[in-house]
Design a protein around this ligand. Structure first.
Ligand SMILES: *[C@@H]1O[C@H](CO)[C@@H](O)[C@H](O)[C@H]1NC(C)=O
Ligand SMILES: *[C@@H]1O[C@H](CO)[C@@H](O)[C@H](O)[C@H]1NC(C)=O
Length: 365
């Protein structure tokens, strides 16, 4: 029996357009063929509880869909418009040191009063400091009683957040030289901050969100690449010059630092799997959604809050403008979105599950 014209048209349309639509809707690049490298060890883990403030090195951390637990769940904002404040505006923000006590589950936030004259981490003990303590995993009741809900902005995304009372944060107005507020975004939220760009639902094929990270939940870096960069900086600045530029990986603010392979092999990762020593056989996957395009922040020494005039920016600009989507900026590290949660541990392993030649950063922030 012959099909009606409409049915024929429908079949043709579907057969022809469906693959095209699917291609454009879920636009993950094709995995590349070829052998995959052996697993590489996880050598450090970092959380940065308050966006742009000092990081904490931890032996293990819980990976949530939004990123490592306690990572960038807090953020300093302007008042009265609640716009994000970062190292880009104020390098000395890295002198604000959060610390976490698992036993009391408290986050303590300390900074030198006025933010001047502090050159060593140890000096914070003797300096006159300002600060406060807050629950690291506050209950709904705590937040409702003690905070107000405001709309906080990171780049071009605005999201509801809990704003702490000035009775806690007022001393920080002097540190910043203007009125500021501290806001909090719980990792589980009724109004999650959806990922954009390469992490959007159209690109990733699922809904994912993060708290106050610039773009994506997790940044993975490789020690082998930092070493290679460091050698180039030494060549450019001389041994003495480079020594002055303490090469702390925290300049790049990664969450997960692995040993790595030949330098910059991570540029082609598309999917990775993490596993813990205690949990060898069952790992969990993260989608690698983009290279991380950098600004001048890595020039800031996180210990002193002082920015180097040239490095490592100048060196990076010479050879790391590798992403066709954003070739006016140098890249370091890979931005990832967890597909599942789990426990990440120093001593655990990272395995590359898929590689690609199709990475192309899209803005959207
Ligand atoms: C509000 O904060 C205060 C001070 O930390 C605390 O004692 C109180 O229990 C909090 N409210 C709730 C409902 O948890
Ligand atoms: C990111 O988006 C660009 C532009 O749509 C695309 O070409 C690229 O494949 C995407 N990368 C990933 C890993 O999704």
């Amino acid at each position: 029996m012959a099909l009606s014209n409409t049915s024929q048209a429908a079949i043709i349309t579907t057969a022809f357009f469906l693959p095209l639509i699917t291609y454009f809707v879920y636009n993950r690049p094709q995995p590349a063929r070829g052998p995959l490298p052996p697993p590489t060890p996880i050598i450090d883990l970092y959380i940065y509880p308050i966006k742009s403030c000092h990081g904490i090195s931890v032996p293990k951390a819980r990976l949530l869909p939004t990123g490592l637990d306690l990572d960038r769940q807090w953020m300093w904002v302007t008042y009265p418009d609640f716009k994000f404040l970062t190292i880009r505006n104020l390098a000395k923000m890295t002198l604000i040191r959060p610390s976490y006590d698992a036993e009391s589950d408290l986050l303590t936030v300390r900074a030198p009063r006025g933010g001047e004259g502090l050159s060593e981490a140890s000096e914070i003990e003797n300096e006159e400091t300002i600060g406060f303590e807050i629950p690291a995993h506050p209950t709904q009741e705590w937040l409702q009683e003690n905070c107000t809900i405001v709309d906080a902005t990171v780049w071009r995304t605005t999201t509801p957040a809990y704003c702490y009372p000035t009775t806690l944060t007022a001393p920080f107005n002097d540190f910043f030289g203007k009125e500021v507020r501290l806001v909090y975004k719980p990792p589980v939220s009724e109004s999650p901050r959806a990922l954009v760009g390469n992490g959007s639902k159209e690109m990733l094929g699922r809904e994912a969100s993060t708290c106050f990270a610039d773009l994506m939940p997790v940044l993975v870096g490789c020690e082998s690449s930092i070493e290679e960069l460091k050698n180039r900086v030494i060549k450019a600045e001389g041994e003495n010059g480079a020594e002055k530029l303490a090469f702390d990986v925290r300049r790049f603010r990664p969450n997960i630092l692995v040993r790595g392979y030949e330098p910059w092999a991570e540029d082609r990762w598309l999917k990775i799997r993490l596993s813990s020593p205690s949990n060898q056989e069952k790992g969990f996957d993260l989608d690698v959604v983009a290279r991380c395009a950098r600004c001048h922040v890595p020039n800031v020494d996180p210990e002193t809050g002082k920015a180097h005039k040239r490095q490592p920016w100048d060196t990076l600009m010479k050879y790391r403008r590798v992403d066709p989507g954003i070739n006016f900026k140098p890249c370091f590290g890979m931005l990832c979105v967890p597909a599942e949660g789990g426990e990440v541990e120093v001593g655990g392993k990272l395995e590359v599950v898929e590689m690609t030649d199709g990475h192309r950063y899209i803005a959207g922030m």
